[in-house]
Design a protein around this ligand. Structure first.
Ligand code: ADP
Ligand code: MG
Length: 353
């Protein structure tokens, strides 16, 4: 038999590569909005408004009062791997900003229609900018705006047919995930007012989240979940000998909340919302000993030196690698056991209705 001819290896068209990679950074509605909100926080904003049209399916907009973007950056703003935050690899270990890879805006351009309105303190007027799918600036005009930045993304995923269909089909889930994510920022951000609105049908605008920009985790919990929920929480503080710290709140033994696992569980590392499945599992497991009917609320911020973890593990930066994770988990277990295995704990269980 004649051997098949070996096919020619060729580079994929650059635009296609960009779209493929962009789809890994921007997985869904909430990861798209997350990137914009993090940019606003990185820009020092004290007010961030998220405005959705049709739950984000038509468009979403993040409006902030941060530093703004200076004209010298307009052209490179949405180019891949262009950032004002990270210059060299060693800097990666000292990072305190949410962003550092210069991928978000470029990815959003690849997957939707992006426009930017921005003004710094040095400018007397704002500028309205339009970018194409490659992140290249295609139009620039003057407009009126306060100092700060508004980024608008229309028609997310319209050029990825499968994901676009899934996005619309799962919109309730996507929207719920987004609100939960915004709750995470509203809980942890200190002194930042966060408002989220959704406009549907014929201009029916509803406020879905509104915080005041308070100063403490406690005040933020009260704003997001209400004071009666807060009164069912037990503070948790844990300091380790090497300077690592955990601060937060967990449900008192008899007063869990959600019926769904992880419903109201929020974990942060140095103020960055992250997924911590092992911590979640530990809290749920210990709580079960005290209350088998409910899941606990858990809100915990891990303060660790920037050297001791790596956020650059997955494109969405939700997963992290901790050095010496097991010792943190062990200390956390001991603290939680104190809360959940006391006599008082089993007493409180009886009061669950
Ligand atoms: P990264 O956040 O990793 O730097 P992004 O693509 O998210 O990459 O943003 C690129 C750059 O655009 C940022 O480094 C920042 O300089 C600028 N930028 C984006 N959003 C804002 C904003 N809301 N306010 C001020 N500057 C912004
Ligand atoms: Mg960013």
């Amino acid at each position: 038999v004649e051997a098949e001819r070996s096919p020619v290896i060729r580079p994929i068209n650059k635009g296609v590569v960009h779209r493929i990679c962009a789809g890994q950074v921007i997985l869904d509605l909430s990861s798209a909005v997350k990137e914009l909100v993090e940019n606003s926080l990185d820009a020092g904003s004290t007010s961030i408004e998220i405005a959705l049209k049709e739950y984000g399916m038509d468009s979403f907009q993040v409006i902030d009062n941060g530093s703004g973007i200076s004209p010298q950056n307009f052209k490179v703003l949405a180019l891949k791997h262009h950032t004002s935050k990270l210059l060299d690899f060693p800097d990666l270990q000292l990072l305190t900003t949410f962003g550092f890879r210069g991928e978000a805006l470029s990815s959003l351009c690849a997957l939707g229609e992006v426009t930017v309105e921005t003004r710094t303190l040095d400018e007397v007027v704002a500028t309205h900018l339009t970018y194409d799918h490659k992140g290249i600036m295609t139009a620039e005009r003057k407009t009126a705006r306060q100092v700060g930045t508004t980024i608008t993304v229309k028609k997310l995923f319209s050029n990825l047919p499968v994901r676009s269909k899934e996005f619309r089909r799962n919109i309730r889930k996507e929207y719920a995930k987004l609100i939960s994510l915004l709750n995470a920022y509203a809980l942890i951000a200190k002194g930042v007012r966060i408002v989220c609105t959704n406009t549907t049908g014929k201009n029916v605008r509803s406020v879905v989240l509104k915080t005041q920009g308070n100063g403490s985790l406690k005040e933020n919990i009260i704003t997001v979940f209400g004071s009666s929920t807060f009164s069912c929480l037990e503070p948790l503080t844990l300091s380790m000998s090497d300077g690592r710290m955990v601060e937060g709140f967990v449900s008192k033994p008899g007063y869990g909340s959600g019926r769904n696992i992880g419903d109201r569980q929020f974990f942060f590392v140095n103020g960055r919302p992250v997924d911590m499945p092992k911590v979640g599992k530990l809290v749920n497991e210990l709580y079960r000993g005290a209350n088998s009917k409910q899941y606990p609320i858990a809100i915990m911020n891990f303060s660790v030196p920037t050297r001791a973890y790596d956020v650059n593990v997955t494109p969405d930066k939700r997963k992290i690698f901790f050095s010496d994770e097991s010792s943190i988990l062990q200390s956390l277990r001991e603290s939680l056991e104190k809360i959940y295995s006391s006599d008082e704990a089993s007493y409180s269980v009886n009061k669950v209705d």
